[in-house]
Ligand binder design. Structure first.
Ligand SMILES: NC(=O)c1ccc[n+]([C@@H]2O[C@H](COP(=O)([O-])OP(=O)(O)OC[C@H]3O[C@@H](n4cnc5c(N)ncnc54)[C@H](O)[C@@H]3O)[C@@H](O)[C@H]2O)c1
Length: 421
């Protein structure tokens, strides 16, 4: 007997996973419509897809869409802490989709699961953070010949892939799903905004009203986090390195200052910069007793946790996802979810309604790649504008929102240069 084509925590959780997947599906009308079309047209017939994504209810609905489109998909986790074990069980037992993901898996298991997904010999890769693609290029290059192309979900992954393309290292074309307007304007901002606050509250049960919340970065994710924290009554301080974004934060009504100045003020710190050590050893030295630090950026490098570990005399775990570091001067600083994406570790990630658009982009980009990939060069491509607009149109229609159309007079006016005052 060969190895089982899955590795999940407990198949007995499948029933629970199935009902939660169905609940999420109700909030994913765009993906539902794509799935119905895929089931009829089978645009992915015969295509093996290896996906490395957060194993959530929304991802399960994407995997079902790919399978109904004729693909042969396999799934592994894109983060050791973000897996929903009941969903992983349901994918295997209820939907027959090989899945390799266990919440809390160690680093070796995480990479063993990526390797198991690659054993599927994919034609299309679907990544969230580019770990699948970088493993493929570094240790499984024998598989490159069978690849048509791939898609990438998040900012950090797109940055890594662009760096690979610039070095001439990228060997197949990738569509940057993150860069679609119907992705980052909504998922990164409204999805990360709400679910990050949700993760912090579930992990700590703190009241945000009246607290000083320091948000590192003012990109798409951090704008959402700042907006929602402000809405709950927090005094938000933003730190940035980009003058334009810092200026925007000022104009949006936030206090903006260097992290070293914000460090002694913050009750809660949330990073989402995509950068390393946005909060570093020197900043822990300045923080007040009881400060809480969380990250919502892709990798667990934004907070220098090894430096805090080196400073601490004792580490306690007062609640799940909370580690309290006791410092020699008696101060206690808490790190949430070991600095991994707090919204996916301590909460459930983005709500389905927003993932509906992100995963509609994934499904349509996979279809585009299956049809066109062989004629594309090994570069990072944008999602075709027609796909972006179509997703926005379908989402509005599903929400029952109608909009105006340009009249012939307006069309002519907007395309002319002669008309003035
Ligand atoms: N938690 C989630 O579910 C989720 C969802 C989408 C994206 N992400 C991840 O979140 C991160 C941010 O994504 P984004 O789309 O907001 O990116 P972005 O590029 O729009 O924003 C990042 C911002 O951080 C700023 N920055 C960089 N280094 C900094 C530093 N040391 N201090 C302060 N600011 C700094 C940059 O100037 C930029 O404005 C990425 O790692 C992305 O992959 C997470």
């Amino acid at each position: 007997m060969g190895r089982p084509n899955y590795d999940v925590k407990d198949l007995a959780l499948a029933g629970e996973g199935r009902s939660r997947i169905a609940w999420a599906e109700q909030e994913m009308p765009v993906l539902r419509q794509i799935r119905a079309r895929f089931a009829a047209e089978k645009p992915l017939a015969g295509i093996r897809v290896a996906a490395c994504l957060h194993v959530t209810t929304e991802t399960a609905n994407l995997m079902r869409t790919l399978k109904d489109g004729g693909a042969d998909p396999v799934l592994c986790a894109s983060n050791p802490l973000s897996t929903q074990d009941d969903v992983a069980a349901a994918l295997v037992a209820e939907y027959g989709i090989p899945t390799f993901a266990i919440k809390g898996e160690d680093k070796d298991t995480y990479y063993a699961h990526i390797s198991a997904a690659l054993d599927h010999r994919p034609n299309i890769t679907m990544d969230d953070g580019a770990d699948l693609v970088s493993t493929l290029h570094s240790s499984r290059s024998d598989l490159l010949a069978g690849i048509i192309g791939g898609t990438e979900e998040t900012t950090t992954g797109v940055i890594r892939l662009r760096a690979m393309a610039a070095d001439g290292a990228l060997r197949f074309p990738i569509i940057a799903v993150n860069d679609a307007l119907t992705k980052h304007l909504f998922d990164n901002r409204y999805g990360t905004g709400q679910s990050t606050i949700d993760g912090v509250i579930r992990a700590t049960n703190i009241l945000l009203a009246g607290k000083n919340v320091v948000v590192s970065g003012y990109g798409w994710c951090s704008r959402g986090i700042a907006m929602r924290a402000k809405g709950m009554g927090a005094n938000v301080i933003v730190t940035e390195v980009d003058p334009l974004r810092a200026l925007e934060a000022v104009m949006d009504g936030y206090r903006v200052m260097p992290i070293a100045q914000a460090a002694p003020l913050g009750d809660l710190f949330i990073t989402s910069t995509g950068d390393i050590h946005a909060i570093d050893a020197a900043h822990f030295a300045l923080m007040k007793d009881g400060a809480i630090v969380a990250n919502s950026g892709h990798f667990n490098v934004e907070i220098n946790i090894p430096a805090l570990e080196a400073l601490a005399t004792e580490v306690r775990e007062p609640r799940p996802f909370v580690k309290q570091y006791i410092l020699p001067d008696g101060r206690k600083l808490a790190i949430l979810a070991d600095g991994r994406l707090i919204n996916l570790s301590a909460a459930e990630g983005h709500p389905a309604s927003v993932m509906d658009m992100s995963f509609a982009n994934q499904a349509l980009s996979a279809e585009h790649m299956a049809a066109q990939g062989k004629s594309l060069e090994p570069k990072v491509y944008s999602v075709p504008e027609a796909i972006d607009k179509e997703i926005a149109r379908l989402k509005l229609a599903a929400m029952g929102v109608a909009i105006d159309q340009l009249t012939a007079e307006q069309q002519a006016y907007l395309h002319s240069w002669q008309a003035g005052t």
